[in-house]
Design a protein. Sequence first.
Length: 343
Amino acid sequence: MRKALVTGSAGFIGYYLCKRLIADGFEVIGLDAMTDYYDVRLKERRHQMLLQSPNFRALNERVETPGYLVDLLAREKPDVVIHLAAQAGVRYSIEAPRSYLDSNIAGTFELLEAARATPPQHLLIASTSSAYGANTTMPYVETAKADHQMSFYAATKKACEVMSHSYAHLYGLPTTLFRFFTVYGPWGRPDMALFKFTKAILAGEPIDVYNHGDMRRDFTYVEDLVLGIRLLIDALPQRPLDGEGVPEGDSLSPVAPWRIVNIGNSAPVQLTDYIAAIEAATGRKAIRNLLPMQPGDVPATWADTSLLEHLTGFRPATTVEEGVARFVEWYRAFYPTSAFPDA
């Protein structure tokens, strides 16, 4: 039985990833600080469900706590480490940038130090499509230059990418970064658009639609994303041999066992069409409050997933209509009967 450490295990993506790994026969150690960025009760409920399996253990600590991860990896010696713990959110990074410095940069540094001391077979780290920043050439490809981030959140995740490359090069640590593209689905974060829009539409309240709805996102259903991560666990990057080049289209480093992989649906959807899918699933019309673009945001994202498909044979394909309908079904079933009627 392989052992996996998942940081951010009580988060939206972390929950689904742990669930998938348990189903695939892994022993899973979940680490989460249960921070109050959003309702902690939702995180607690996710962990409660995971703890129904004897192959899941939960730990409560911040990844940035000095020395904690060094001790944890030395004690547990996980085969695989998947680092999802981070302070998320483009807009919140304008209000509380220090939390991003602590969680994202200091936390990732602590993990890299731990992995240097007790190397796993594969280290996988979550990044974001926001790292592409001011790039306008679509679709985004992993080999494109990404140096002009538009938010401090994106800047911290880009920093994690380059920090991890230095450790992969210096210590031969096989490392894969994955850039997520607007993940959604049941058990999602309350600060995400789908959650906020569904809640408001069902309550007959207006929704804030930025850039007057002229935005496109590569919406990625959470179970598709998690399957991509699961398959990438077994796609270890290997530094090219001396005299060998990097294959065309591969983001593999020429000097380290390190690469970046997009995980997205490769099918951008207009925000107005996303809202229409929520209207169809709820059977109610949205009241739209049209607003200008918010600082730090970008008008469009679009993932080229050729590298993911080449490495794993997998291509995400869940449509927005399918995914939104599943979320609305979960939301209606969960909240009226849950312990959080005020959510």
